[in-house]
Write a protein that binds this ligand. Structure first.
Ligand code: SAM
Length: 478
């Protein structure tokens, strides 16, 4: 029985409610009066402080997703972008994944790290290797990482993950440190989440893979990840353990996208209803070719156009969340996704264990194929050329603006007052320390133009002074 506040997975992700929602959406997909009303309701409203947005319920958003009239899809894209611009402006946060270990005891049928894969090289980084990888990432200009590991209580126990986090935060190298470590590891206990919180992690990310329990159990036939309830209730345990920024996602392609979309929004509503804080981020990965994995064996692959519509509808329904697109997707897909509400992208990613210290991109320990293989410098320049400010900012996390403190600023449209100038300052750091001459040229021009757009004079002045200080290599900590 559907109950948004229940702590039981089967109740807050109620199967019947999902089926009813899909039926309701199908029945209303040509109800253009309703669709116009929903789009109007979802648009940002200006307030004295900034702006507010109502978001949409899973039922309402499902109607938008079901609509396939091109004119209305265009309207959805416009509203999605309007929302993203109102809350986050044109800044796009950059990060990179860091693979610690591909040892795994699970049997996930879409992932090459599954236990039965005997020919993939198994590797776990030593602390010296973690250090070397992190230095390679710092040398590119990264400040924000997402650490990734398979689930293996013997090879990758929580103590190993904590040791790696400690190592990462302790490396003070040349121009800058890694300032925020997000963590993408398997569902774990409240006690372990508490340890991760104490280690100073940013967001805890866990993809649901699929919200359909029956499919979930088939796709995860063996290992601890087989337990649907334990996996689905992980974010509640994380929050109980004190982690207040959690990141949701499903692996699109495994199950029907309508089912996943509704489940994902119900999960977001559940977190908001129970903890008062919705998901800090939502990722939209699609299943990709990997070592012994052929994505075509899954029946639910979605074309790029539908994928874009899904992203737009998520942005409209959950206006304040950070939305992430990884290098699983090509430059072309990422370009389109950036126009419908994406706010964070990875850059120059390697999905192999130890990949950043190799000259050539290694494939033997890789999790999946990376479509966008450009360097960070190329991605930074491309973002600017497409009208986005690449941001390496981690200030919210370091100033304690997490969980409801972040959300209260975000939901009132005030976070942009931090994001925009901080994006410009951290971009300046990047340009001074790492960028090619061409990227520098594009970047300094953009910074000059963007500074003029800061509405409050005192904020603009401070940003200008800080930028001058950075250019003169007189650093402050952002
Ligand atoms: N082991 C942890 C867990 O079970 O959640 C961490 C996950 S893994 C390192 C990160 C994510 O990669 C998975 O949650 C899954 O969604 C995604 N993934 C696995 N195989 C993939 C594939 N073939 N293509 C694209 N993404 C994949």
């Amino acid at each position: 029985m559907y109950n948004v506040k229940s702590l039981k997975a089967d109740e807050f992700i109620d199967h019947q409610e999902i089926l009813d929602t899909i039926e309701y959406a199908e029945a209303n997909k040509n109800n253009y009066e309703l669709i116009d009303q929903l789009l109007e309701k979802a648009r940002p409203v200006k307030t004295a402080e900034g702006c507010v947005c109502s978001g949409l319920s899973h039922r309402e958003a499902a109607v938008l997703l079901a609509c396939d009239e091109p004119k209305y899809i265009e309207k959805m894209y416009k509203v999605a972008q309007e929302i993203k611009d109102a809350f986050y402006g044109n800044r796009i946060v950059l990060f990179a994944p860091l693979y610690l270990s591909n040892y795994c005891v699970n049997g996930c049928v879409y992932c090459p790290y599954h236990l039965k894969n005997k020919h993939i090289a198994r590797k776990k980084l030593t602390q010296e290797e973690v250090k070397a990888e992190v230095i390679a990432l710092q040398d590119m200009g990264h400040k924000r990482l997402a650490i990734e590991a398979g689930e293996d209580p013997v090879n990758n126990p929580i103590e190993y993950i904590l040791e790696c986090i400690d190592t990462i935060y302790s490396i003070h190298h040349k121009n800058g440190d890694i300032r925020r470590v997000n963590v993408n590891i398997a569902a774990t206990t409240v006690e372990n989440y508490r340890k991760l919180k104490e280690a100073g992690i940013g967001t805890y990310i866990l993809f649901q893979e699929t919200y359909n329990k029956k499919s979930y159990e088939e796709l995860h036939p063996t290992g601890p990840k087989h337990d649907y309830a334990y996996h689905t209730e992980a974010m509640d345990r994380a929050m109980e353990g004190g982690i207040d920024d959690v990141g949701l996602g499903v692996l699109f392609g495994l199950e029907s996208y309508k089912y996943e979309f509704t489940g994902l929004l119900m999960h977001a509503e559940h977190l908001e209803a129970v903890h008062g804080v919705g998901p800090h981020t939502i990722s939209v990965p699609r299943v990709k070719h990997a070592d012994d994995i052929d994505p075509d064996v899954f029946d639910n692959s979605i074309p790029d156009e539908m994928f874009t519509k899904i992203a737009a509808c998520i942005r409209i329904a959950v206006p304040y969340t950070g939305m992430i697109i990884s290098t699983r997707e090509s430059e072309e897909v990422r370009r389109k996704m950036l126009q419908v509400g994406i706010s964070q992208v990875s850059g120059a990613s390697r999905t192999s264990v130890g990949g950043y210290t190799e000259k050539e991109r290694p494939h033997d320990t890789e999790q999946f194929d990376v479509s966008d293989q450009r360097t960070l410098d190329e991605v930074v320049k491309w973002l600017m050329e497409t009208g986005h400010i690449p941001s390496f900012c981690t200030a919210c996390y370091r100033a304690g603006r997490t969980g409801d403190r972040f959300m209260s600023l975000c939901k009132t449209g005030q976070i942009i007052n931090c994001c925009h100038p901080n994006a410009l300052m951290t971009l300046t750091e990047y340009l001074v320390d790492y960028a090619s001459e061409e990227t520098k040229k594009v970047g300094y021009k953009m910074i000059e133009e963007e500074l003029k757009k800061i509405p409050k004079e005192n904020v603009r002045k401070t940003a200008e002074e800080n930028i001058e200080a950075i250019k003169n290599s007189n650093r402050r900590d952002f």
